[in-house]
Design a protein around this ligand. Sequence first.
Ligand code: FES
Ligand code: FES
Length: 182
Amino acid sequence: MAIQFTLNGKPQTVDVNPNMPLLWVLRDTLGMTGTKLGCGISLCGACTVHIDGDATRSCVTPVSSVAGKKITTIEGLSTDRSHPVQRAWIEVDVPQCGYCQSGQIMTTAALLAKNAQPNDAEIDDALKGNICRCGTYQRIREAVHLAAKLAGAPAKKSARLDREEPVEQALAAEAMQVGGTL
Ligand code: FES
Ligand code: FES
């Protein structure tokens, strides 16, 4: 069955079983392996993509349900790592093994698109379903605040970033402090 949708800004048609999970289509049919398989049962968040702007678990999303919709994967967030969330993740050096991180980044990008200045509680709530076995949660929270700052919104509750100094200085100091405390 041919199913059409928009993938990372471009029209896409796939001819697959309509019940196939979107994650399988992305990885196996289209060869886009940035989105990861963790649990496969909507428990870990590794497979998170955006569907019409909402962070969605592609492992339990039948491809037929995305017909006509706009899907964004980690590959489509930017073409040159310039998205504020990507920049923040790099500056804070968030990943350890990295397996969960595309899901963490996609969930964060969806959060910041709806809430440009999330506080710690809002960050924790938005990301509570994204599991990191390496325990990078502290760096993730720091990076979300930094991404908000880079996107032009002052962070609410980040003492490290609540300073009157250029962003590049804040980035350098942030990276040093994060690196020195972990
Ligand atoms: S792989 Fe989809 S939530 Fe774990
Ligand atoms: S960085 Fe290893 S699971 Fe999150």
